[in-house]
Design a protein around this ligand. Structure first.
Ligand code: SIN
Length: 310
C-alpha cells in the first residue's frame, strides 16, 4: 500500500502535501477548506501582532509560468489564527497544523512568540523570516547576524516546536553560513523557500502589480530549480532532527516527488493552489502515489533525500 504519510518533529501527518503560507489561508473558512481536503495539514497566513490591510491592489498577478505578488502581509492578526489552531487542537482526531507568524520588528516578534508560549497551543509554529513585500522591512533571513540574534533570543524563552520559513539563497557560501546558524538551535524544521523576492513582471509597457512600483515575490514554475537547490542544500547541511519543508514550483506529483528526493519531509503548494483550488491536493497526491508505485516505493522515507549525482 503506497503511503504519502510523513512526520515533522513529533507530529504525524497522513499526507505530506499542504498549502504554502499566504495561499488560501486568510480566513477560518479558507483554512477549513484545506482541512477538509486531502491536504495533510494547513499553515495559516502569517499573523502579525495586529491585523493588517497589506499593500494596495492589484497586488497579485498570475502568469503562464507562475505568479508575482506584493501582498504586504495582510492578515487578521495573530490572535485570530492562534485561537483557531488552538480550538482545532482540542480534538485529538484533527490534523496537526502550522501557525505562521512574524512581527514587524524583533520586539514585536518576541511579543507574538511569548503570546504563543503562554497560550494553550502546543502545535507547530512557522516563524516567517522571508517576506519580501513589506516596504522598508528587508527579508530577515538575508541578514545572518540579525537572524542569529533573533533565534538566540527566541530560544531563551520559547520551548514549543518552532521552525523557520526561509527565502531562497543563491550562493554555496550562504548555504553554509545559514546552515551553521540554524544548526545551533532546536529548530523542528526549515521551510525552503518563500518567493524569489523583488522580481518584475511587465505587461505591454506597464508593471502588473501596484505596490513597490511593480516589484514583487515570484512563485510557480520560475522558482522550482531554486527551491529544489535550497531543499537539497539544507538537507545536506542541517542536523537530521531539523526536517525540511519543500516549497516552490509544485503543481504535479512529479514536482512533489522531486522535492522529496531532494530531502523534503513535507511539500507545500502555493501558486498552483491559488490557480486550481483545494482539489489540487487530491490530484497531486494521486500523481505522487502513481510515481511511487511505479518505482516500488511504499513510503516517502524510501526515497527522501536519495537524489543521485553524476
Ligand atoms: C505577503 O504577504 O507579502 C506574502 C507573504 C510572504 O512572502 O511571506
Amino acid at each position: 500500500m503506497t503511503s504519502t504519510a510523513t512526520t515533522v518533529g513529533t507530529f504525524h501527518f497522513s499526507n505530506c502535501l499542504m498549502n504554502a503560507a499566504g495561499i488560501h489561508c486568510y480566513t477560518r473558512k479558507e483554512l477549513a477548506d484545506i482541512d477538509a481536503s486531502m491536504a495533510g495539514s494547513f499553515v495559516t497566513k502569517t499573523g502579525t501582532l495586529n491585523e493588517r490591510a497589506g499593500n494596495p491592489e492589484p497586488r497579485y498577478f498570475d502568469t503562464d509560468l507562475g505568479s508575482i505578488n506584493s501582498m504586504g502581509l495582510p492578515n487578521l492578526g495573530i490572535d485570530y489564527y492562534l485561537e483557531y489552531v488552538t480550538e482545532l487542537e482540542k480534538n485529538p482526531d484533527n490534523k496537526p497544523h502550522f501557525l505562521s507568524l512574524v512581527g514587524l520588528s524583533p520586539d514585536e516578534t518576541h511579543l507574538i512568540l511569548k503570546k504563543v508560549q503562554d497560550s494553550d497551543y502546543q502545535g507547530l509554529v512557522e516563524l516567517n523570516l522571508s517576506c519580501p513585500n513589506v516596504p522598508g522591512k528587508p527579508q530577515i533571513a538575508y541578514d545572518f547576524e540579525a537572524t542569529e540574534k533573533l533565534l538566540s533570543e527566541a530560544f531563551s524563552y520559547y520551548t514549543k516546536p518552532l521552525g523557520v520559513k526561509l527565502p531562497p539563497y543563491f550562493d554555496i557560501v550562504h548555504f553554509d553560513q545559514a546552515a551553521a546558524i540554524f544548526n545551533q538551535f532546536p529548530l523542528v524544521f526549515v521551510n525552503c523557500v518563500n518567493s524569489i523576492g523583488n522580481g518584475l513582471v511587465i505587461s505591454d509597457e506597464t508593471v502588473v502589480i501596484k505596490p513597490k512600483d511593480g516589484f514583487g515575490g515570484i512563485g510557480g514554475d520560475y522558482i522550482k530549480p531554486t527551491a529544489l537547490a535550497n531543499v537539497h542544500a539544507f538537507y545536506k547541511r542541517l542536523n537530521p532532527s531539523i526536517k525540511i519543508i519543500g516549497t516552490g514550483g509544485v503543481k504535479t506529483g512529479r514536482d512533489a516527488f522531486e522535492h522529496i528526493l531532494c530531502g523534503a519531509s513535507m511539500v507545500q503548494v502555493g501558486t498552483a493552489l491559488h490557480q486550481e483550488g483545494v482539489a489540487i491536493f487530491e490530484r497531486i497526491t494521486n500523481e505522487l502515489k502513481a510515481i511511487m508505485a511505479e518505482k516500488g516505493y511504499e513510503t516517502i522515507e524510501d526515497f527522501r533525500g536519495q537524489l543521485k549525482t553524476l
